[in-house]
Design a protein around this ligand. Structure first.
Ligand code: TMP
Length: 212
């Protein structure tokens, strides 16, 4: 159960090329089969709403000031929460989001250098609820692997977007910030060693115990 709402909120995270997208749909189907009475909603960030998808196009293609980028990420998130995530959690659904706020800490914070103070303020602004509660995923599945391996995997696929064009040092900083967040929130994070084969990763995901 969500700490605030009756539903259950899961986010998938990792540096570009870590392989989360290979498993996220199958994981959604697995949960839907396991919990047939609870609807599973699949969504993503930046995006998940009409406005959010428009902001996504801008964010992934247009160069912009770092603070503009962070503000637009959180603006898209606010809309996503208001239109999709919160109504679903209130209705007791399971929400699986391909990325959420940890990505802003990792990419805009770790990668591009935005201060943690500003990110914490944005997080509280957008996700803060009554009596100081903060809406967070119940579970965050972090696909972790060295930047060099992710880079080699990325070069085999589609044309890179703005973030995917960044260098190895950038992705190492992004990875370290993800790991710092995971260390800070050990109960919420489940770490996946993404250097494993797809089959071992999937077997691990299948065995993951979720306490709805
Ligand atoms: P995706 O390719 O996994 O859908 O993610 C889109 C890109 O957006 C990815 O490179 C990470 C980046 N991103 C941020 O920089 N900050 C954020 O808050 C989010 C949600 C994504």
């Amino acid at each position: 159960m969500s700490t605030i709402f009756p539903g259950y909120f899961i986010s998938f995270e990792g540096i570009d090329g870590a392989g989360k997208s290979t498993h996220i749909d199958a994981f959604g189907k697995l949960l839907q089969d396991r919990y047939p009475d609870q609807e599973v909603i699949m969504t993503r960030e930046p995006g998940g709403t009409l406005l959010g998808e428009q902001l996504r196009n801008l964010l992934l293609e247009s160069p912009m000031d770092l603070e503009t980028e962070a503000l637009l990420m959180f603006a898209a998130r606010r809309e996503h929460l208001a239109q999709v995530i919160e109504p679903a959690l209130k209705a007791g659904k399971i929400v699986i989001s391909d990325r959420f706020t940890d990505a802003s800490f990792a990419y805009q914070g770790g990668g591009r250098g935005l201060s943690l103070t500003k990110l914490n303020e944005l997080e509280f602004w957008v996700q803060g609820r009554e009596k100081g509660a903060l809406l967070q995923p119940n579970l965050t599945i972090l696909f972790d692997l060295p930047g060099s391996i992710a880079e080699a995997r990325r070069s085999k696929v589609r044309a890179p977007d703005k973030f995917e064009k960044m260098d190895l040092e950038f992705f190492e900083r992004v990875r370290q910030e993800y790991l710092r967040r995971a260390k800070e929130n050990p109960k919420r994070f489940h770490l996946v060693d993404a250097t494993q084969t797809q089959e071992s990763i999937w077997n691990g995901l299948k065995d993951l115990r979720i306490n709805l």
